[in-house]
Design a protein around this ligand. Structure first.
Ligand code: LLP
Length: 440
């Protein structure tokens, strides 16, 4: 998908310099071929290899109608965590029964929307949610299939900010007998709820499978306990997402098989030993499907050489389109897309344009001679870039282009200044006359 031709970076057959000229910068560019390749890898390593399995794309990584349509066509399920992500799925006509609704604090409105649309699974993540859901389902005369997200009490080897399985966490139902089992009983007995099983998500950007394996053990033991206590067969276990990707040469991307093969072996062995039918196994990959498909294009503006210290090369975006370096000290790499063949001559710091000292995209990157107007491409920005973008400093959210085999299509327009202000209302002095300012 990445090629260099005539000194230019090409992405899925498209000249990035031409894309920047056509659509402007900053610009997110997604390779559809790479997204499809990851869905294919999931089929080969998991879905086609083991019966009774599903993979739900965690749309928080990158949620647009076009992306949801690709996921639907590729036959995956979809994980949403908010009314907004659900709305996006609905607008993409995503089949309701293939949607999973996660979230540690779903609002009543969001739950009503999910039940009304008939989403396939609601992953309950609070003590209040069972009763609330039962009431909503009864009122709407519907039923909902639910799983409990548990806190498996395992420590994942990743940045603390994206680790979620440890005991002290806002996610999941604590593994306390007096909390969890009464809830399970309540769910089994609730007339409008169908209790399916348990869910965990141990953390994100993992390159080691031990946290998943430890958590799967916990979930399987719970399934057994439910069978023994309630004579009730758990039908589904959801092992979450978290499979790591390659941002820089220091990262090793493990194939899906590395995580899923031992997980499935462990699961099969446990079920055999305890004579329980193997529940359906679901995973929720987000980043691993879309991260490496995406790059971001920026135009270089100011270049500040601080003799003996460093050279700051500034781009026309930064933390507003990619908060990950500022938030998690995430590392990226990139190149000058219009000088892609040229030999590096200097080490620089690529910095953003937001009014924050932490708005540094890449420290100490080797690049060739640059001038203002050159095009910078950052790799592996497909996950949690666009989806975490902000209007800080009133910078518009960039456009998104999808490319495939040399063709391109705009899937999200660049936000305009008018759109940034469209929800603002005319200011009226308290006790005074309305000012004549109109935003329409
Ligand atoms: N399922 C659940 C319940 C999750 O909470 C998440 C991610 C996923 C699946 C997908 O995980 P993935 O396969 O993408 O690792 N903004 C952070 C990542 C936060 C992930 C939150 N939950 C980042 O940019 O690194």
């Amino acid at each position: 998908m990445k090629e260099i031709k005539n000194n230019h970076l090409y992405w899925d057959g498209c000249d990035t310099v031409a894309l920047a000229e056509k659509y402007g910068t900053p610009l997110y560019v997604f390779s559809e071929s790479e997204i499809i390749a990851q869905c294919q890898a999931l089929r080969e390593d998991f879905l086609d290899r083991y019966p009774n399995t599903r993979a739900a794309y965690a749309s928080k990584a990158f949620s647009t109608v076009a992306m949801v349509k690709i996921i639907e066509r590729e036959g995956l399920s979809l994980d949403v965590v908010s009314g907004g992500e659900l709305y996006t799925a609905i607008k993409a006509d995503f089949p309701a029964e293939r949607i999973e609704f996660n979230g540690n604090n779903k609002s009543i409105d969001e739950l009503e929307m999910a039940v009304d649309y008939g989403v396939g699974r609601i992953i309950v993540d609070s003590l209040q949610e069972v009763a609330l859901l039962q009431t909503i389902c009864q009122r709407l005369n519907k039923t909902a299939a639910i799983l409990f997200r548990i806190t498996p009490e395992v420590k994942a080897d990743t940045h603390a900010f994206i680790s979620t399985g440890q005991k002290d966490s806002k996610f999941g139902i604590p593994l306390e007998e007096d909390i969890l089992f009464p809830l399970v009983q309540e769910a089994i007995e609730a007339p409008n709820l169908e209790f399916l099983g348990f869910h965990f998500h141990v953390g994100s950007q993992l390159s080691d499978n031990s946290a998943h394996l430890a958590a799967a053990n916990v979930a399987l033991r719970l399934a057994l306990e439910v069978k023994q206590r309630f004579d009730y067969a758990v039908k589904e276990l959801n092992y979450g997402g978290g499979f790591g990707v390659r941002y820089t040469e220091n990262d090793v991307r493990k194939p899906y098989r590395y995580f899923l093969e031992p997980l499935m072996e462990l699961t099969e062995a446990f079920c055999k030993e305890h004579q329980m039918p193997r529940p359906e196994i679901v995973i929720e990959p987000g980043r691993s499907i879309v991260a490496e498909a995406g790059i971001t294009l920026h135009t270089i503006g100011s270049i500040k050489e601080l003799p003996g210290i460093r050279t700051y090369v500034s781009i026309d975006g930064g933390m507003t389109d990619n908060i990950r370096p500022g938030l998690y000290q995430a590392e990226y790499t990139g190149l000058i897309a219009n000088k892609a063949w040229e030999t590096p001559t200097q080490t620089v710091t690529i910095s953003g344009k937001a009014c924050e000292s932490t708005d540094i995209l890449i420290k100490d990157l080797q690049i060739p001679d640059v001038t203002s107007g050159d095009l910078f491409a950052t790799f592996t920005t497909g996950a949690y870039g666009y989806s975490m973008a902000s209007n800080y400093n009133k910078l518009p959210i960039p456009a998104v282009v999808l490319v495939k085999d040399g063709q391109d299509q705009l899937i999200v327009k660049r936000q305009s200044y008018e759109q940034m202000l469209e929800n603002e209302q005319p200011y009226q002095e308290f006790g005074g006359e309305a000012h004549g300012h109109s935003f329409s």
